[in-house]
Write a protein that binds this ligand. Structure first.
Ligand SMILES: *Cc1c(COP(=O)(O)O)cnc(C)c1O
Length: 433
């Protein structure tokens, strides 16, 4: 199996950049999330390099979808590299600001925003609200008017294309809870553009996650292009087009090895957009936004864990580890596959087939199934490609403190989040009188 970039075996020991995972586990304990700084920046640069030189065409911006991994160190790294951010809550907005992100590069997505969140975002002057219903537009109009400000808005349109991904992460079909139906789009724009306190500036979509080919994304683009033409014909100017995120990563499972090549995909988008603008709009610029989450962070991270007990059985062999579904939910939630690799390479002669499971009291608490590994109790193993939707989906189920997080930069190791302590978990609880 090939390891993700910046992960390697050196003399039989698993390294992330120039640091052995064993030394990280020694110092920080387990379970611990580790991320490669170079892998994070390389992934960002794939987008940034492709988007360079778009200025004359209206410019372009990467708005990192922070729900994939919202550690402040990672947000700060991307902010310093020039990224904007896509957020889905007021809490995420606070994170972006605390990490040094500029509010004018923030896009606020999500199917339900509270008035408190709207006010908070208007107060700091975010770049755009991605609105998902007419009702929401009405509420934002009320809030903005009461504050005497104008809210920049884009409407999230559901282009009704099949992203051909897991049903829980497909978001662009008619029956999805997300976005405004394609057939209602023009009417929605007509209504929203007449509301006080709003300034319509964009159009957006986000059709799903972990997409393995760019066909559906380009289909969605074509549908948005037709809408922009129809809107401009009605006098509604659209300054930016936001294609959302969704680019899949290679999880090492064989199925995802032929995933989307970021720069190919972006160049296909530019090609279509430029031909369209030249043909029907005399080359008039339009700004392009992208909201990648997983593809910026997924392959940069791993979850380190140790085996607690081995339970070889008649039909299955269970390896119970000190990480669980509360640390890495993706297998339980989406049947997701993560490569499980040992910190120390072993000979295949001693391998058995293991079910890697956590200590949580749920049969759904599994991290990997049927993996050939040579395991002893106390061994250190790593779940790879766990940088996206890993830590951000972690919970305290079973009163389990959340894992520590570490960033490796060359031969340096930086703790970027302390392991939680149990007493923090019930610090806000109160006894009855
Ligand atoms: C989750 C999300 C993204 C990021 O999706 P990825 O598949 O991680 O790239 C982008 N935009 C919106 C609106 C989202 O909800």
């Amino acid at each position: 199996m090939s390891l993700p970039p910046h992960f390697s075996y050196r003399a039989g020991h698993l390294f992330i950049e120039d640091v052995s995972v064993a030394s990280i586990a020694e110092r920080f304990g387990t379970p611990t999330y580790v991320y490669s700084r170079s892998a994070l920046l390389d992934a960002y640069r794939l987008y940034a390099d492709a988007l360079q030189g778009r200025t004359a065409r209206g410019g372009a911006l990467v708005c990192y979808a922070i729900k994939a991994n919202s550690n402040l160190a990672i947000l700060n790294l991307f902010a310093r590299a020039g990224a904007g951010f896509d957020i889905v809550s007021g809490g995420e907005l606070e994170r972006v600001l605390a990490a040094g992100g500029s509010p004018d590069k923030v896009i606020f997505s999500g199917v339900g925003k509270t008035r408190v969140e709207m006010r908070q975002a208007l107060k700091v002057g975010i770049g755009c609200f991605n609105i998902e219903s007419r009702s929401e537009a009405g509420q934002l109009s009320d809030v903005a008017t009461s504050m005497g400000v104008t809210a920049p808005v884009s409407l999230r349109i559901n282009p009704d294309v099949d992203a051909r991904t897991h049903p829980y992460i497909a978001t662009g079909l008619k029956e999805s809870k997300f976005g405004i139906a394609y057939a209602d789009a023009i009417q929605a724009y007509d209504e929203v553009s007449r509301l006080e306190g709003l300034s319509v500036i964009g159009i957006d979509c986000h059709i799903g996650s972990q997409l393995l080919d760019d066909g559906p994304l380009l289909d969605a683009l074509d549908k948005l292009i037709d809408l922009v033409d129809a809107l401009e014909a009605r006098g509604i100017a659209i300054a930016h087009l936001d294609l959302g995120g969704g680019v899949g990563i290679d999880y090492g499972d064989g199925d995802s090895s032929a995933t989307i090549d970021v720069s190919d995909y972006l160049h296909r988008v530019f090609d279509r957009v430029d031909r369209w603008r030249d043909r029907r709009h005399d080359g008039k610029p339009i700004k392009l936004l992208f909201e990648p989450g997983r593809s910026l962070v997924g392959n940069a991270g791993a979850l380190l864990m140790r085996t607690l007990v081995l339970k070889p059985g008649i039909t299955k062999n269970f390896a119970v580890v000190d990480a669980a579904m509360n640390d890495l939910l993706r297998p339980a939630l989406y049947d997701a596959w993560h490569a499980m690799v040992p910190a120390k390479e072993a000979s295949s002669a001693s391998m058995l087939t293991w079910e890697i499971v956590g200590p949580v009291c749920e049969s759904g608490d599994w991290l990997a199934r049927a993996r050939p590994l040579a395991l002893d109790e106390g061994d250190l193993i790593a779940a790879l490609s766990a940088g996206a939707y890993g830590m951000t989906m972690a919970s305290n189920y079973n009163t389990r403190p959340r894992a520590a997080e570490v960033v490796v930069d060359g031969s340096m190791v930086h703790g970027v989040r302390d392991r939680e302590e149990s007493r923090q978990l019930f610090a806000g609880e109160h006894l009855l009188p």
